[in-house]
Design a protein around this ligand. Sequence first.
Ligand SMILES: [Zn+2]
Ligand SMILES: [Zn+2]
Length: 311
Amino acid sequence: MTSRRIKLLIPKDRAELIPLLFTIFLICLYVTFELCVILPAIHHNIFTDKEISHLIFGFYVIFNLIGNLYICMITDTSINTIICPVLLPSTIVNSISTRKTQQDIIYYHCNWHYCHSCEVNVPPRSQHCRTCKICILKRDHHCIFLGRCIGFRNIRYYMCFLVWTWIGLVYCNILHMDYTYELVGTFSWRVMISCLCPLIAWLFNFVDHFSLLLSCICSTSIILSLYVLFLIIQQSFLISNSQTWYEYDKDIHTYNTGKGLRFNLQLVFGKRWYLALLNPLISSQPLGDGMSFDMHRSETRDAQNTGTKYI
Ligand SMILES: [Zn+2]
Ligand SMILES: [Zn+2]
């Protein structure tokens, strides 16, 4: 069990260890920087209520961020977790012998399709990932920063990881502003340049070497928080439309049942979707089994009347 988890932690493509290690390095860098440099500089007495509340909130953010990242990485969301038929059961073949091919029959009955790489029939919304070299259940996309695919079983943890990363970065930005105010007493255009363009500030001798390093970390957290916010907005848009990245790209709306945002949230975060963000250890299974999905009414009618539309 432990060796399997370690195996899941390591990206299938070894080259992706570099962005993964870089992501972990950034998390460690910011945690160390805030705890050892920023917080002691802002709050000189560690035993004040304010300092303790900062520490509690900081550790809660870190717990959620690391917890969601870890579970996202060790969760196997591939077709390895289910049994995929190589051939169609004979009862189904016999029951509709008028259909032309086995693939048509699979689509007609349950919307499955054949993966030539995995050499099995795979459920609807599963897509083959060339990097992971396997089909992924309800594949959303392959995340190069985590070195794995995001799909049916781990998208909840991926989304929560993004949200807590963003909360952590915004919190860092607020602390950095407090820190800057503590250092210079006021905001000026020099401070703004130092925060936003540390290299330029260093070239014009506005800051020394150590301040350059601090400024780089501060400006990077601003850029990263904007980038992560952009990812959250993108992903939220897809969740609200009940689409994966592939379906969005191909303009497929088959699985947007029109049952509302609450239903779409339950598909990703589970029945207790409102608790999922609070703690990664809270159990909240996503709706469904990753193999069968509700379809839009008109799409269901089309499938019954005209037959094949592969995804
Ligand atoms: Zn495959
Ligand atoms: Zn992948």
